[in-house]
Ligand binder design. Structure first.
Ligand SMILES: Nc1nc2c(ncn2[C@@H]2O[C@H](COP(=O)(O)OP(=O)(O)OP(=O)(O)O)[C@@H](O)[C@H]2O)c(=O)[nH]1
Ligand SMILES: [Mg+2]
Length: 266
């Protein structure tokens, strides 16, 4: 996708404009070690040595919830420490995108220019949460990138409510050639302006905070549940009972909740 190259160029543009930039990553799949941290920094050569920038790789592999929470907390710390722009990278592996969308003010989706039929392959879900879409690597074949952008634009048009305060635009960019990145930043600033004017900027942050509160409560409760000794003992047999239709899902849930001391509630 060219993410590291993109962030290196985009982030460097931003520090040149006088911003302090932090780069965080959510990549629960990678099991990254010190080695790939270095790898990432070398792929962001300019930003890695930029005194106005701070690059923090993904917390080492763990459950997505934990990785997401750690990243969100670092993000808040960076904000409090006076970073003007915080870029949060996600690998694009399913759930992590939703998690990142739930912590940022603007969610940018990078796409590659592909054949027309590529559109069918893209996950519809990701377009639904995109605030801005950018077709990257447009330097390779400008015509192809423009065609892809047009396809994405019509897909987005169909999905966006007519009265939405913000309609996700599609841009073409090249991280490698630093093309279209100034226009992208202007679009992000415009997004912020529109959201503030519509009273949606604070609302989004409020909604996100409440969502995170519940995510943490659910997370902790579920962990406590799964670690409960009797629940663990029962689970071994119950899952296969449910799988093989020896027990209904409802009965099994009831057994587990009873073992946890929460039976007979429903
Ligand atoms: N032509 C062209 N090539 C690019 C562009 N951006 C990145 N590349 C190339 O694509 C390859 C992958 O780029 P990265 O920036 O490492 O991509 P990434 O998404 O960070 O990759 P992972 O971290 O491995 O997931 C490299 O060979 C880059 O030189 C671009 O805008 N145009
Ligand atoms: Mg990378």
């Amino acid at each position: 996708m060219g993410k590291s190259t993109f962030i290196d160029a985009f982030g460097s543009n931003l520090t040149k404009l006088g911003n302090r930039v932090a780069v965080l990553a959510v990549d629960p799949s990678s099991g990254r070690s010190g080695g790939s941290i270095l790898g990432d920094k070398t792929r962001m050569e300019r930003l890695a040595v930029d005194e106005q920038a701070f690059i923090r790789p993904s917390p080492s592999a763990g459950v997505l919830g934990g990785v997401g929470r750690a990243t969100r907390e670092t993000m808040l710390l960076c904000e409090a420490a006076g970073y003007d722009v915080i870029l949060v990278e996600t690998v694009g592996a399913g759930q992590s995108e939703y998690m990142v969308a739930d912590m940022v003010d603007v969610f940018l989706v990078l796409m590659l220019p592909g054949a027309g039929d590529e559109l069918q392959g893209i996950k519809k879900g990701i377009l639904e949460i995109a605030d801005i879409l950018a077709v990257n690597k447009a330097d390779q074949d400008a015509g192809k990138a423009r065609r892809a952008a047009r396809d994405y634009a019509s897909a987005l048009h169909i999905m966006t409510a007519g009265d939405a305060a913000w309609k996700p635009p599609v841009l073409t960019v090249s991280g490698l050639q630093n093309q279209g990145l100034d226009a992208l930043w202007e679009t992000m600033e415009k997004h912020r302006h529109v959201m503030v004017e519509a009273g949606l900027f604070d609302q989004r942050r409020q909604d996100q905070r409440v969502k995170w509160m519940w995510a943490m409560v659910e997370d902790r409760l579920l962990t406590r549940f799964r670690n409960h000794e009797e629940v663990r003992r029962l689970l071994l047999g119950l899952e296969s009972d449910v799988r093989n239709d020896r027990k209904t899902a409802t009965q099994a849930a009831e057994d587990l909740l009873s073992a946890f001391g929460m039976g007979d509630l429903g």
